[in-house]
Design a protein around this ligand. Structure first.
Ligand SMILES: Cc1ncc(COP(=O)(O)O)c(C=O)c1O
Length: 371
């Protein structure tokens, strides 16, 4: 990918999911909130500044979800949160269950903590469903946690309310913690919430960690502020928080200026999120139109949320051949499905964030090429 960009082969980068390179994300005025004098005093607090943790609780309250600020712990990013949770929950050689397809960083995040991944499949029927039987069959005596990306990246699927109950039952019965990545939770598409669980924040039967952060909530990954909310039975929750505080105190990785600016930053999210959702929905519509104008040779898989489109392509060529042809002949950069561990060959994944005009031209070229 880097070489294709360097060699000037890329006309439209449909893999671009960095909002700050798509004319989205917070504007400079938001980032300048970090320059306030309140950030000049260093008064470290391992779990994060109390005011910042209250701002996270208020963010959930505005979504109708109750969180005690004492259950919130700040991190520099969601990726860091995963690392800390693997340290907390696993000894070297222990394992965590991860959805397949999903976010490709798990492999590295786990390997850096000497943790094994046990994939469990999501299956596409009318919508994506968790294969609960396969999941349960994968659990062994070294399995410590069940990871969920909710909404999933790249499928955009949310779990159904009944699936969430069953996942929690499995976690409770098998002594697993739930780790739920909800970074895309604010980007649910209209009409797709029904029957799906909005968030795992709430009373939980199993020890549960819900992860999110500014990377997606405000489309400002460069600010380096994420968080986890610790939920579940009180004794386990308190013990987990006590231990996590030791990890957090060891690194103290979240910068003071961003913590102090957090109430102000989160208060500005509605505008940023509206612009992103408009962009994503507009691009998804244009893509669907282009695919149908090309005779329906390919289709976008249904999604509930998020910033990505998964396209099922003709299997006359394999994914890598499609990716190379689209690059060489049309100057389009797309992800092959295998990058996200799709269940079989025959999928491409694209970002729905690029600017509308180049996106529309690229969508038409992509559809024509697939035809
Ligand atoms: C599902 C998911 N989780 C986490 C992240 C990373 O977020 P952060 O910047 O907070 O590490 C990403 C980034 O794309 C993501 O797609």
């Amino acid at each position: 990918m880097d070489r294709a960009r360097r060699d000037g082969l890329v006309r439209v980068d449909l893999s671009e999911a960095n909002p700050t390179r798509c004319g989205l994300g917070g504007d400079a005025a938001l980032v300048s909130a970090l320059g306030h004098a309140r950030g000049a005093v260093y008064d470290p607090s391992p779990k994060g500044h109390a005011e910042a943790r209250r701002a996270v609780a208020a963010y959930y309250a505005e979504r109708g979800l109750t969180v005690d600020p004492e259950q919130v712990l700040l991190t520099a990013s969601t990726s860091e949160a995963y690392g800390w949770l693997f340290k907390l929950l696993c000894d070297p050689g222990d394992a965590v269950l991860v959805p397949e397809p999903s976010y490709p960083l798990f492999e590295l995040l786990a390997r850096l903590e000497a943790v094994q991944l046990l994939p469990y499949p999501l299956r596409i029927e009318e919508d994506w469903r968790v294969d609960l039987d396969a999941l349960e069959r994968s659990v062994d005596e070294r399995t410590r946690a069940l990871l969920l990306v909710h909404p999933n990246n790249p499928t955009g699927s949310l779990v159904r309310v009944d699936e969430a109950t069953q996942l929690e039952t499995i976690a409770e019965r098998r002594g697993l913690s739930l780790v739920v990545d909800e970074v895309f939770g604010d980007y649910v598409w209209p009409g797709r919430a029904s029957g799906r669980l909005a968030s795992f924040v709430g009373p939980r039967r199993a020890l549960t960690f819900v992860l999110s952060g500014l990377s997606k909530v405000l489309a400002l990954p460069q600010l380096k502020l994420g968080w986890m909310v610790v939920l579940g039975p009180q004794a386990e929750r308190d013990e987990a928080l006590r231990r996590l505080e030791v990890v957090a105190d060891t690194y103290l990785s979240v910068g003071t200026p961003v913590q102090r600016a957090l109430p102000e930053l989160l208060a500005a999210r509605a505008d940023v999120q509206r612009r992103i959702l408009d962009r994503v929905l507009g691009n998804a519509r244009v893509l669907d139109e282009a695919l149908s104008a090309a005779g329906g040779v390919a289709r976008r898989l249904p999604a509930d949320a998020g910033w990505y489109a998964v396209i099922e392509v003709p299997r006359t060529e394999n994914e890598d051949a499609w990716v190379l042809r689209l690059l060489a002949e049309d100057g389009l950069l797309v992800h092959p499905g295998w990058f996200f561990d799709m269940p079989r060959d025959g999928f491409l994944v694209i970002s729905l964030l690029p600017e509308p005009e180049p996106f529309a031209a690229a969508a038409r070229a992509l559809a024509e090429r697939l035809r």
